[in-house]
Design a protein around this ligand. Structure first.
Ligand SMILES: C[S@@+](CC[C@H](N)C(=O)[O-])C[C@H]1O[C@@H](n2cnc3c(N)ncnc32)[C@H](O)[C@@H]1O
Length: 166
């Protein structure tokens, strides 16, 4: 049983969090690593990218019981092309060849660990794959969403877990 109400199972470097140490959240990721990235804003400068989850986990098999969290924020990698190894892959991670099955399992696990009427926030960037293709990987229907970013390719989509599927 967990006492924290929020799960971020793909936390990466926690870029979208206002407070990267928010005590209400469990921060999980499949990797723990640090990279020094070139900082284009200062000549010769560098910047640290630190991925340091509270828990090493796999969103395809979350180590939590059913109905454990009030809120889950699911921001899986959106890069699916083989051979990606650059800065974007370091920052956002990348999906494997079976990415449809992996994301299908990820959605199922996020909904399993959510309490009835709990909220799932899903983030996706349409850089390579249309969001409609991703939403087809879950039977749950989104409530509403928003697209943003320089090219309007980032989607934030909100779901609520139905009471009947607890
Ligand atoms: C788009 S990034 C998340 C960025 C993060 N939301 C932020 O604000 O910085 C996706 C993350 O999912 C992680 N990831 C990839 N496969 C995973 C898996 N099977 N289980 C858990 N995390 C995974 C990657 O390591 C990567 O850090």
């Amino acid at each position: 049983m967990t006492i924290r109400p929020i799960l971020d199972p793909c936390c990466g470097s926690r870029m979208f969090w206002f407070d990267r140490q928010d005590g209400r959240a469990v921060f999980g990721d499949i990797r723990q690593e640090a990279h020094s990235l070139q900082d284009r804003s200062s000549p010769g400068g560098s910047r640290q990218l630190v991925i340091a989850p509270d828990v090493l986990l796999d969103f395809r098999a979350l180590p939590y019981g059913d109905a454990s969290f009030h809120l889950v924020v699911f921001d899986p990698p959106h890069l699916v092309q083989n051979g990606r190894s650059g800065w974007l892959a370091k920052k956002y991670g990348k999906l494997g060849a079976d990415w449809r099955d992996d994301l299908r399992a990820g959605f199922a696990e996020c909904f399993r660990v959510l309490r009835p009427n709990g909220t799932l926030i899903f983030k996706w960037n349409e850089h390579e794959v249309r969001v409609s293709e991703i939403l087809a990987l879950t039977d749950q229907k989104p409530l509403f969403g928003n697209r943003c970013g320089k090219t309007a390719k980032s989607h934030w989509i909100v779901f609520m877990k139905p009471e009947a599927t607890a």
